[in-house]
Every structure is written in C-alpha cells, then in structure tokens.
Design a protein around this ligand. Sequence first.
Ligand code: PMP
Length: 437
Amino acid sequence: EQTSLDLEAFWMPFTANRQFKAHPRLLVAAEGMYYTASDGRSILDGTAGLWCVNAGHGRREIAEAVHRQLLQLDFAPTFQMGHPGPFELAERLVKLLPADLNHVFFTNSGSESVDTALKIAIAYQGIRGQSKRRRLVGRQRAYHGVNFGGVAVGGIGSNRQFFADLTPGVDHLPHTHDLEKNAFTRGQPQWGGELADALEQIITNRGAETIAAVIVEPIAGATGVLLPPLHYLQRLRDICDRHDILLIFDEVISGFGRLGTPFATQYFGVIPDLVTVAKGITNGNVPMGAVFVRQGIYDTITQATQNGIEFFHGYTYSGHPVACAASLATLDIYEREGLLTRAQQLAAHWEQAVHSLKGAPHLIDIRNLGLLAAIELQPIPGQPGARGFELFRRCFEQGVLVRAAGDSIAFSPPLIIEPSQIDQIFATVAAVLPQLA
Ligand code: PMP
C-alpha cells in the first residue's frame, strides 16, 4: 500500500501529497533517544533525526538558552553592527578545529554553507589574480544540499536534472564505493586510495589554472555512508596543494563527533582549506550552519575589502542570536558529556552489532565508521529503492527509525546512545530483513 511517492514526501515539503496524508508517519514528541509517534508509540531514533540531533532530543539546556535569548535580544542585524553571540560562538567553535581554520562565516543550513564555501573559494581565487579559476570539482554520488552551488558539485542525477546547465562548470570524481571490493569492510577500507588520482586527470583535461576548488564529504553520508579508502583524502590534499587548488570538506554530517573526533578532519588527519557544517552545530534544534575558513583566505578577502573589492555575501539570519544561543548551549552539552569523543568508546560495540547482520537475507554490504553505518540491500530488479523503503517502513512499525537512501540503509544515532539501544536497532533490522519481499 506504500508507494515511492511516500519516499518523496520525506524529502520535499509537499505535505499536500495525498499518498503521505493517507499513510502518515507523524512524529509528535521527542525525548532523549526516542520519538513519540502520533499513535503513541515510542520510536528509537537510529538516525539522530536527519543526522543532526547528536546530543539527543529535548535537551532542556538548549530550550532554556533559546528562551532566555529570545527575551533578551531576539534579533539583531550583523551588517554594520552586531551582537556578542557570533563572536563568542566563533571563539568556541574554532577551538574544535585545527589551528588555522580559525574564521567562521555563519549561515542557516548545510546548503547555504556549501554555497557560501564555494563562493568564498571562487572569490578568493579572483581576488588573488586567479580569475580564470572558476571551475569546481565534486564527486559522483555526493550530496551537498539543494542550492545552486551544492547541486552543481553534488552527484545525484535527480538533484541536477533541469539545473546542470545553469550551474558553474564542474567535473565529478568517481565515487569511492565499489560494492564488490568493499563488501563487509570493517572500518576504513584499506584499498582504493588511488581513486583520488582521477583528480590529476581532470586537472590535465581542464588546466589547473581553471579550477578553484575541490569539495568532498570526507564520508559521503546522505547517499549511503560511502567511506573514503585509506590515504584517499590525503592524496586529494596533496594534488590540490601541487596545483594551488582549494580543498573543501563538507562536514555537515561528519562534524560534531560522528566519528569520535570533533570533526572528520582530525579523524583522517587531513586539513582542508574550508569546512562546511550545519546540523549538529545546534543539535538540530535551531537552523544554523557555518563555514570555517583558513587564516590566509580570510586575510586575502578582508585585505581586498580594505582596498575596495567587496566580497558581497551574507544572510539576514547569519549569526542569528537565537541560533548562537542554541549552539553555545549545544557545545556546553557536547563538552560536559564528552559527546564529541563518545563515538570512539562505542565504535567497537557498534561495529560488532552492525556486522552481526552479515549473512542475513538480501544483504550485500555493510559499512561502518565511528557511530555511522550503512547496510546495502540487493535491489529488487526494476524497482530500485523499493526494498530499502520497505525495510525502513517495517523498522518504523517495529519502533526503530532508520534511514533509507534507495537500497542503502543508513544508521547515525544520537551520540548519547547506550549499548543496549545499539543492540535493539540491529536486532530489529535482523528481525525485519527476512520479512522483506
Ligand atoms: N551537505 C551534506 C554533506 C549534507 O549531508 C547535507 C544534508 N543532509 C547538506 C549539505 C545540506 O544541508 P541542509 O539540508 O541543511 O541544507
């Protein structure tokens, strides 16, 4: 009785969609690790909402900070004047990143962060006299949001159709996921780092002097938790350095403790020039995103401003007081409860639990890193995504929320999860897999 139209209702705000109205999965409350559905059932949150509620739901400290902020200073412009929130927050945030990623541009979402980072990269190249450097490099199967820049560098066909010819010139690296080779890898795949060398080929074809930046998710999240092979990200870094191209990490999912380090940049030991974040920055409680920028880029752009070359960019809600208050309260929780490193302690249990599914019907791959994992289902011929959606739906009925991206099922629970709840997620999936068509 469920159709693929339901799938779309989850991505798009077309809530008038009749299919969705007929079979709603409405969430009406949330606390800790659990949602409450409209029929009163508790649903264990295996996805941290949409990869964002890292400290768990219903955090009183955040709610109170938002309440206090609204009463004290509800809104203030950040053009030509300001308020303390973004300064205090930026100072706290940059301590979580490698040393010279020490300037922050605030946005309201991941999509805005991506477009902001791409614009900063192109503006930076132009300001330093490299005005031919306007091309971008993304990856197949990447997700970087739905604004024009993110659509351009993203690698999902349905996201790009109608728009590809309107967006900046982009080449796409191959994605790093090889089902046959990577099947049932525990942790980071040890092979495939040479896939990064495709960047050399793109550079040869286009000319280094035409390329502004390369953007990658350190781990491609939304399209099914695709892990970078060993040395892959370092090789991208080396190639970018050799050709004077900026490297952007989109850490909208991998940021804020998902891998057991504050950001993926520390996990992989590779430092990009710009980092985009959102989601976990406010525990998903209030819309906010940010772009971290290295000192040299910041200096170049601000010096140009002094010389009358303005990089015109910014949102009404950049550094919104309420978002800043929510984020500061979120950081307090992360730090007080050790959540940015908690995934390290749970990773072994997590890995064992997800890999315990090996041998279950329909399963052709398992991938995991930190508190992130995906299982891959054999697609039903001619009906891609149908089996994945069925698993999602049945798990929901059994009281566990997982995320279906086609036939990839992703898991990214709040970082407060307990081992017994990890077991519950995968016991439910194990029980549901044999029931699938
Ligand atoms: N980049 C990445 C890596 C993401 O995972 C997402 C959202 N899933 C985005 C960008 C877009 O973020 P938003 O939906 O907040 O615009």
